[in-house]
Design a protein around this ligand. Structure first.
Ligand code: 13P
Length: 260
């Protein structure tokens, strides 16, 4: 983390988990446990679309921003089952996850659709959390840096320097998601550093210094502190551990520690 230049953001990604009732129960539990407000980090939870309204009400007092897990890039029309960016911003959504590897893998999302979604989110006044990451096979082939640079450049194609300040990048190695196999702090820190240098090439030093880059992939209450100690890791995108109030809170507390 480097709080001098950028926000630390701890975001949960609930994926396809929790009903409206369970969302309210989570909020009640958080209220009981959460005694000290985080001074140094922003908190977000991205929930299934059907629970956005419930979550917005339930998390209001906790000051946890509500995010969405996906969006469609067209503004309206005959796209059965899809949700447009304006519909999300209308519900007070602040962040939208775009290009999560599960969407790339199971729902045919490509670098091109990710780019369109990034524009849709920005045009609706929200912040995209843009996920990038390599598979185990790609890592073993030694093409991680190239591949991630390409994913970042494609996602940001046509995005202005003004708009990019609202973007969050999440580095999520596919092999670390839901597997309990976390990237080492050094591995994660190295890729996040390279992402920042790609942003520097595209937008210059000032913008690259101010952009929040998260790590995601089996981040938990035990490894968060070490990962967040890396200078280029400015937060986390957390799956499994964000479903459990005690664990999510422990990660927030790790991000909220005083920094020399
Ligand atoms: P896990 O924390 O469960 O590995 O999930 C990470 C993730 O995919 C967040 O978007």
């Amino acid at each position: 983390m480097n709080r001098r230049y950028r926000h630390t953001i701890i975001a949960g990604n609930w994926k396809m988990n929790k009903t409206a009732k369970e969302t309210k129960e989570f909020a009640e539990e958080m209220k009981k446990l959460w005694t000290v407000r985080p001074k140094w980090c922003d908190t977000v939870i991205c929930v299934p679309a059907c629970n956005i309204s419930t979550a917005t009400k339930a998390f209001k007092e906790l000051r946890i921003a509500v995010g969405a897990e996906n969006v469609y890039f067209e503004p309206n029309g005959a796209f059965t089952g899809e949700i447009a960016a304006d519909m999300l911003s209308d519900l007070n959504v602040k962040y939208v996850i775009v290009g999560h590897s599960e969407r790339r893998q199971y729902f045919g999302e490509t670098d091109q659709t990710v780019n369109k979604k990034v524009h849709a989110v920005l045009n609706a006044g929200m912040s995209p959390i843009i996920c990038v990451g390599e598979s185990l096979e790609e890592r073993e082939k030694g093409i991680t840096d190239e591949l991630i640079a390409l994913q970042v450049k494609s996602a940001l194609s046509g995005v202005s320097a003004e708009q990019v300040r609202r973007c969050v990048i999440a580095y999520e190695p596919v092999w670390a998601i839901g597997t309990g196999r976390t990237a080492t702090a050094e591995q994660a820190g190295e890729v996040c550093k390279n992402i920042r240098s790609t942003i520097r090439t595209l937008y210059g030093a000032r913008v690259s210094r101010s952009i929040t880059i998260q790590y995601g992939g089996s981040m938990n209450e035990k490894n968060a502190k070490e990962l967040l100690a890396q200078p280029d890791i400015d937060g986390g995108l957390i799956g499994g551990a964000a479903l459990v109030p005690e664990k999510f809170l422990a990660i927030i507390n790790a991000a909220n520690q005083d920094q020399e």
